[in-house]
Structure formats: structure tokens, C-alpha cells
Design a protein around this ligand. Structure first.
Ligand SMILES: Cc1cc2nc3c(=O)[nH]c(=O)nc-3n(C[C@H](O)[C@H](O)[C@H](O)COP(=O)(O)OP(=O)(O)OC[C@H]3O[C@@H](n4cnc5c(N)ncnc54)[C@H](O)[C@@H]3O)c2cc1C
Length: 502
């Protein structure tokens, strides 16, 4: 079966969503009879606000059900991120008795990890995945099932800041400066998908002659959002972020809602794992997978082994490429495992004693060309009191977040932010920490950022091979790179296993 990857049209960071709104605004302004840009901007600014417990989109995903006719098959799931946990949850609920999970780390959750109190008493930051989109149905369904309340990250009336070339840039200015690019993107979009994919995002912006501060904002926005510089990413990320059905339908006024799980996103993998704890072995790092008659033998560092009829590989490709895979796999699968590009996003966290920008109408979200790409307040509290800044970067800057001490880095970052977010440096409490995913041995990157040609070229690469199944954000055809991609791929993999056993 040929599966066509649905290219992402959603935003991972709040700032990127606003950039997308600016693009939608520019599209609206081109329609006959549209008012001037600044009038449209005024209408565009308010988000709709909803406080929810498991938003509507998630309710479409059914909870797992008992259905398994043959429940004696042995299933070994490698990796206890959201993807592996969802596979196990569904298979156990379906009646499979011999499901085991094998995790290299000493904790479950993978890239869903919350930091509590790490930069000040009561502070809460997300070390990995932060934002859940309103149509991330699998994650929302899980949050609903485990009764984890959601915070609406957009539930404030304050504005994000875009700062480039020495000045703050308004949504109206950004929309006006986007016009040429958007017209060009519509032309590129008419090309067959593989030809769009063969281009880089930078190449498309060059051809559209995007330059000056607008180009810098787009370069920074894409790098922090997708994880690599625009010359290293498929143009489809750019094309689908700023054009497309979703934007056409929802335009400015149905803009993405953003959620975080109250108390920390990692409450979700913890809730899943609580029903599976007897099946989970920590500290088991897969090093080899070999055939064993009609079954498979998984070998872990240190010599432990498990033999299973079904194997689920739910670990990042960056790590999987170091595993000896002695089982038959199609050439496309091997190529995708070896070559899929990952972003190099990292996060730096700084405690602040006050947030004076809020009194000036700034939310604290700031995309800037001052040296540190992006900043925002995770799990933002109302008011102007103490808080925590998340400083987030991809590409070469993200890689470099490893150098120096967190304190030096955070001091330099808050100082550099002053022109755009006055009060960041004076409010810095001296409490800082970081999470450098590119050097994390269990991940070795942030999330998939397909290089030119890979988005379409590797579509379908993670179909089951014999009784080896693949799960993880990289395997998601609709939301690769997202927590939802992990959860969705886990659900689809569990369904495929049930069919295979049915
Ligand atoms: C900095 C950053 C920011 C992000 N922001 C967002 C966001 O705002 N919104 C969003 O939706 N998503 C975001 N994501 C992406 C999201 O967190 C991931 O896509 C998702 O959590 C991946 O889940 P997974 O189960 O596929 O993989 P993982 O969570 O990586 O799970 C894989 C598991 O396999 C284990 N493992 C690794 N090697 C082995 C081995 N050899 N043997 C056994 N086990 C092994 C790992 O320890 C891990 O537990 C972000 C990610 C990062 C890093």
C-alpha cells in the first residue's frame, strides 16, 4: 500500500502560529473587497478562548477495547516514550497477555518530560514537547481519558513580540512583507508534491526574493520550529505552513488553540505507564535484533535478551541506526532509518523574579534576531510576578546550547533579549538549567526535520516488515515531529498488530 504523508500544517510553537496568522492575513488582504491590512489585523488578533478538559477533537479517538482472539502472542515493545506506551496500553486492553516494554533509560516518557521547580520554587517548564494543538486528536483523547486538565496557552490578551533589524515588527508589517512570498508559494504548490519536496525552504525563499528583516524572521521562525536551518529542510514545511486547506478554511479566526497539560505534560506518559508498570523493564538498551525461527530475539546491552513473536521498534531513528538490525527490512526502510534528518533543538531555562513586559502588553513570547531565536513563558501564570523563561533554538544555535554553563548561557540570553523584552536581564534570578536533546544518548536530536526529498521520499518507509512494527513520531503520516505523532503512530501500530493476529 502506498501511503502519502500528509504534510504538517500545524505549528509547534506559539510564535510560529502567529507567523502563520500573518500569512493568512496577507492572503485575505489579496481577496477582492478586502479592507486595508491594519483593519484586518485588528479583527484578526483575538484568539477564541476555551478552557477545557480534553478538547473536542480528541473525543473522536476511541479508547482501547478488548477484542483479541489470540492473546498468547509475545509482543516486545522497545522504547517507553508516548508511542511505545500507547501500543502497550491498547494491546493489553485488547486482551494480549504477553506484552513487555523495554526502555534504555531509567525513566519512561522519552521526549515528554516536565521540569518542576528547576528554575525557582513552583516553576514548571517543559524540557521536551510543550504545546498540544487543538486538532492533535490522539493526545487530547488520552488527556481526556486520564482526566488530565488542559491549560489554554493562548488564554491571555497579551501580544507576542517579533523583533528584527533593531525594531519590533507588527502583524500588519509582517503580513505586508509576506505578500510576494505567498504569491510565489501558490505557484510552487502547483508543482507535483515530489518536486516541491525536492526543493529546500531556503531555495524557495531565495526564488521569491524574500530578504531583509522579513527573511531573517522567517529563517529564525523555521529554524526554531522545525529544528534545522531552512537550507537543510524540505520546502514542504514552508509551503504547508503558509498556504493550504487548513489556512483557507480556518484563516485567521479559527487559529490554532494551544494546550499544555496542567501540572506538566509528562503526567500523560506517567498515567499510561501506571497501568503497565509490571511489564516495563528499565535500563534495557536494545543493541541487536535477530530472527529466531518464526520469532525474534532482541538483545540488550549487558546481555539480557527477550524472544518475541512481534517486535515494536518505538525508539528514535537516530538511535535505531546504531542497533544491529539482522532482520529482513525493505531497502526503503533501511534508507529511511539511516538518513532521516533530525532537528537539533535545545532548551535553556531562566528563572525571573518579575515579568514587567506583561504590563506593557507583551506576553513574553518573542522571536528575535538578537542571538537566541525564541523565548516564551511555559505554563504561563497570570500577573507580572516571578516566572520562568524558556529559551528555545534549533539548527546550529541549538547545537551550541551545550557549550558553557547554563548560568553563563542564560545570563547572555536574557541580556541579549533586553531590546525586545525589557526586564529579562534585570529580572534574571541566576537560576538556570538546560536540556540539550541533540547530545542526549536516548534521542540524539530533537524531532524529525525531513531534508529536501525525504518528506515524500520516505513516506511509507515504516510499514511493518514481517512482524517487526515501527512506532514513534517519525512514523506518523500526519503529525511527525509532534507528541501527537508519537501517540497516533502507537495507536495505528496497535491496530495493525491486532489485524495481523486477528
Ligand atoms: C525540544 C523539543 C521540543 C518539542 N516541542 C514539541 C511541542 O511543542 N509539541 C509537540 O507536539 N511535540 C514537541 N516535541 C516532539 C515530541 O516531544 C516528540 O515528537 C514525542 O514526544 C516523541 O515520542 P516518541 O514516543 O516517538 O519518542 P521518544 O519520546 O523519544 O521515546 C522513545 C523512547 O525510546 C527509548 N530508547 C532510546 N534508545 C533505546 C534503546 N536502544 N533501547 C530501548 N529504548 C530506547 C528512549 O529512552 C525513549 O524513552 C518536542 C521535542 C523536543 C525534543
Amino acid at each position: 500500500m502506498v501511503v502519502f504523508r500528509k504534510t504538517d500544517s500545524l505549528a509547534r510553537t506559539p510564535l510560529f502560529a502567529v507567523l502563520r496568522r500573518a500569512a493568512a492575513l496577507a492572503r485575505m488582504a489579496r481577496r477582492p473587497g478586502a479592507g486595508p491590512l491594519d483593519e484586518l489585523t485588528d479583527r484578526a488578533l483575538p484568539f477564541t478562548r476555551r478552557g477545557v478538559l480534553g478538547a473536542g477533537a480528541g473525543l473522536a479517538i476511541a479508547a482501547p477495547k478488548r477484542s483479541m482472539a489470540r492473546s498468547d502472542s509475545r509482543v516486545a515493545i522497545i522504547g517507553c516514550g508516548i508511542a511505545g506506551l500507547v501500543v502497550a496500553d491498547r494491546l493489553v486492553a485488547a486482551g494480549l497477555r504477553h506484552v513487555t516494554l523495554h526502555e534504555a533509560n531509567q525513566r519512561i516518557g522519552g521526549r515528554m518530560l516536565s521540569g518542576r521547580g528547576v528554575v525557582g520554587e513552583g516553576s514548571l517548564v517543559e524540557l521536551g514537547g510543550s504545546f498540544i494543538n487543538s486538532d492533535h486528536a490522539d493526545i487530547l483523547a488520552l488527556a481526556h481519558r486520564f482526566q488530565l486538565p488542559l491549560e489554554d496557552g493562548t488564554a491571555n490578551t497579551l501580544e507576542p513580540t517579533f523583533f528584527a533589524d533593531g525594531a519590533a515588527r507588527s502583524l500588519t508589517e509582517i503580513a505586508a512583507a509576506s505578500q510576494g512570498l505567498l504569491a510565489h508559494l501558490e505557484r510552487v504548490k502547483a508543482l507535483p508534491k515530489p518536486r516541491q519536496d525536492a526543493l529546500s525552504a531556503a531555495g524557495v525563499m531565495d526564488a521569491a526574493d524574500v530578504s531583509g528583516w522579513m527573511r531573517r524572521l522567517l529563517d529564525l521562525g523555521l529554524t526554531q520550529e522545525m529544528g534545522l536551518e531552512p537550507d537543510r529542510m524540505s520546502a514542504l514545511y514552508l509551503i504547508n505552513s503558509f498556504t493550504g486547506r487548513q489556512m483557507g478554511q480556518n484563516g485567521l479566526f479559527g487559529s490554532d488553540q494551544r494546550y499544555q497539560i496542567a501540572g506538566g505534560n509528562d503526567r500523560l506518559p506517567a498515567a499510561l505507564a501506571s497501568g503497565l508498570s509490571a511489564r516495563i523493564s528499565l535500563g534495557q538498551r536494545l543493541v541487536a535484533l535477530r530472527p529466531e525461527g518464526r520469532a525474534y530475539r532482541a538483545i540488550f546491552a549487558g546481555g539480557q535478551e527477550v524472544v518475541a513473536d512481534i517486535i515494536v521498534l518505538a525508539l528514535p531513528l537516530t538511535v535505531l541506526r546504531g542497533v544491529e538490525l539482522g532482520v529482513p527490512l525493505p531497502p526503503l526502510t533501511r534508507r529511511a532509518i539511516a538518513q532521516t534528518s533530525y532537528g537539533s533543538n535545545a532548551k535553556l531555562f531562566a528563572g525571573v523574579s518579575a515579568r514587567p513586559w506583561r504590563a506593557r502588553g507583551q506576553s513574553g513570547e518573542c522571536l528575535n534576531d538578537l542571538g537566541y531565536q525564541t523565548v516564551w513563558e511555559d505554563h504561563a501564570k497570570p500577573g507580572e510576578g516571578p516566572g520562568a523563561l524558556t529559551i528555545f533554538a534549533g539548527g546550529r544555535l541549538g547545537l551550541g546550547f551545550r557549550n558553557g554553563s547554563s548560568l553563563e548561557r542564560a545570563r547572555a540570553a536574557t541580556l541579549s533579549l533586553e531590546p525586545a523584552l525589557a526586564g529579562a536581564a534585570t529580572g534574571f534570578t541566576g537560576l538556570a538549567t538546560r536540556m540539550h536533546w541533540p547530545s542526549n544518548p536516548y534521542v540524539g536530536g530533537s524531532y524529525t526535520c525531513f531534508a529536501p526529498g525525504q518528506y515524500e521520499g520516505f513516506s511509507g518507509a515504516f510499514a511493518p516488515a514481517g512482524r517487526v512494527f515501527f512506532a514513534g513520531e517519525h512514523a506518523s503520516e500526519t503529525s511527525s515531529g509532534y507528541m501527537n505523532g508519537g501517540a497516533e503512530s502507537g495507536r495505528i501500530t496497535a491496530e495493525a498488530i491486532q489485524r495481523a493476529l486477528g
